[in-house]
Write a protein that binds this ligand. Structure first.
Ligand code: SAH
Length: 223
């Protein structure tokens, strides 16, 4: 949707294309909007400097403050499951590095993202501004409350593990809207796709996963 500057001579372009082919296409990701966005967004810009060479590898990578950017396949799986379209308004909880926020900014019309760690939110905001994402807004705070003033959302993506579906987030989903989130104990979760049908959650269980905890009043309580 917005233009990102992929600098000419980007040294990671070969690794990025390889990631898209071998980690995503070959494992069954087929949503062209997701594949295009992941071919375009320079993932190496979003990881901590000393981990840059690992940015396109098949595992999560450190982004600072003890947090991680998810494995590329998991990011793709979550975005594909949401079946996003260009007119969607999306809420993301757990901005982290801003990588997934950039992907959402490529695919959707408007993106709101909440991060509880101010330093991460500021770094992500600066990067996203540098890449020209004018359709993305970042807020600092406990994202388990969502962003009621911008609701309802067509889609919500939660990038941190939660013991249960935060009720405020479900409430802020429009009728027919989709939410994806890792649900379970802190060591191990399953990805759940939640659709709001006649005001009720319809849950589809996808694969198992492991995320850092969602810490907040409707998530985990300990830091
Ligand atoms: N999608 C991110 C990865 C995020 S890691 C990326 O592409 O880089 C999970 C993030 O959720 C961490 O940055 C963590 O600080 C944040 N987080 C944890 N609890 C939160 C809460 N209650 N509200 C908002 N952000 C939260």
């Amino acid at each position: 949707m917005t233009a990102i500057l992929v600098e000419s001579g980007d040294p990671f372009v070969v690794q990025r294309n390889k990631m898209v082919d071998s980690q995503l296409r070959e494992r069954g990701i087929h949503d062209s909007r997701v594949l295009e966005a992941m071919s375009k967004v320079p993932r190496h810009e979003f990881v901590a400097g000393q981990f840059r060479s690992q940015a396109y590898e098949d595992h999560p990578v450190q982004i600072g403050e003890g947090q991680t950017i998810s494995q590329p396949y998991i990011v793709a799986r979550m975005l594909e499951a949401l079946n996003l379209t260009s007119s969607d308004a999306v809420l993301e909880i757990g901005t982290g590095s801003g990588y997934q926020t950039a992907l959402l900014g490529e695919i959707c019309q408007s993106v709101y993202s909440v991060e509880r760690r101010a330093a991460l939110a500021q770094a992500a905001e600066a990067l996203l501004a540098r890449f020209g994402y004018v359709n993305v807004k970042i807020a600092v705070g406990d994202g388990t409350h969502g962003m009621p003033e911008k609701a309802p959302f067509d889609a919500i993506v939660v990038s941190a593990a939660t013991p249960k579906i935060p009720p405020s987030l479900f409430e802020q989903l429009r009728e027919g809207g989709r939410m994806i989130l890792p649900v379970g104990p802190s060591q191990y979760q399953e990805l759940q796709l939640v659709r709001k049908q006649n005001g009720l959650p319809e849950i589809t269980r996808l694969e198992s996963c492991r995320f850092v905890p969602l810490i907040g009043s409707q998530g985990f309580t300990l830091d």
